[in-house]
Design a protein around this ligand. Structure first.
Ligand code: GTP
Ligand code: MG
Length: 192
C-alpha cells in the first residue's frame, strides 16, 4: 500500500471516527495476530503494535490508508486474565462501535488456523451479520500448520462460523497476502 499512517486510538465512543470514509474493521481473539495482519497488508513493520500485553489495550486504533479509507484495529477478545469490569467495558465499546455502522464497509475476522473458532468468534461473526456488515475471514498463523493439515483446518473454521470461504494467511511468511489485498480491492471499489 502506498501510504498508511496511525491516526488515533479511541478509548470511548465520542472518539470514534465518524467521517464518511470507508472503514475496514479488524476483529479477532487477543493475540491472534490482528495487528500483525495490518502490518503485513500495509507493508509497514511497526505500524500497529505487536504483542503488547494482551487484554491491556481496549482501544480502537485507526490507521488512514492511502489517504482515503481507514483500517480500524479492534481490541482483541477472549483473554482469560482480563477482569470482569474490563470485559464489560470492552463489550460496551464494541456495541457502541457497531451501533452506528454507517462508515463500516467491511469486517475482517481474524482467526487462528490451528484452532476451532471459539464461542466468542461465533459471537463476533454474529455482530457483523447483525450490523449488516459484510466480512471476510482469515485463518492467520497458517505457517504453523503442515500443508497437509491446512484444508481440514480451513474447513473446520468455515463450518463452525457458517462461512462461504476462509483465506489462509501468514503474517510471518506473507502467504495469502495478495489474495487478501485483492479481496479488499474488490470490496472497497464499490461506491457504498
Ligand atoms: N507464527 C506466526 N506468528 C504470528 C502470526 N501473526 C502474528 N503472530 C505472532 O502472534 C503474536 C500476537 O500478534 P499480534 O499481532 O500482536 O496479535 P493481536 O491480535 O493484535 O493481539 P492483541 O492486540 O493483543 O489482541 C505476536 O507474537 C506475533 O508475532 C503468523 O501469521 N504466524
Ligand atoms: Mg493488536
Amino acid at each position: 500500500m502506498k501510504s498508511a499512517e496511525f491516526i488515533l486510538s479511541a478509548a470511548r465512543e465520542d472518539q470514534f471516527i465518524r467521517d464518511r470514509k470507508k472503514t475496514v474493521v479488524f476483529a479477532g481473539r487477543s493475540n491472534v495476530g490482528k495487528s500483525s495482519v495490518i502490518n503485513l497488508l500495509t507493508g509497514r513493520k511497526n505500524l500497529a503494535k505487536i504483542g503488547n500485553t494482551p487484554g491491556k489495550t481496549a482501544h480502537v486504533n485507526y490507521f488512514l490508508i492511502e489517504g482515503s479509507y481507514y483500517f480500524a484495529d479492534l481490541p482483541g477478545y477472549g483473554y482469560a486474565k482480563v477482569s470482569h469490569a474490563e470485559k464489560l467495558r470492552w463489550a460496551a465499546l464494541l456495541e457502541a462501535f457497531f451501533s452506528r455502522p454507517s462508515g463500516i464497509t467491511l469486517g475482517v475476522l481474524v482467526t487462528d488456523a490451528r484452532h476451532k473458532p471459539t464461542a466468542l468468534d461465533i459471537q463476533m461473526a454474529g455482530v457483523f451479520r447483525q450490523a449488516g456488515t459484510p466480512f471476510i475471514t482469515l485463518a492467520n498463523k497458517s505457517d504453523k500448520l503442515k500443508p497437509s493439515q491446512l484444508s481440514s483446518a480451513l474447513k473446520l473454521i468455515q463450518e463452525t462460523l457458517a462461512l462461504e470461504s476462509v483465506i489462509p494467511l501468514s503474517s510471518v511468511t506473507g502467504m495469502g497476502k495478495q489474495e487478501v489485498l485483492h479481496e479488499l480491492g474488490i470490496r472497497l471499489s464499490g461506491d457504498q
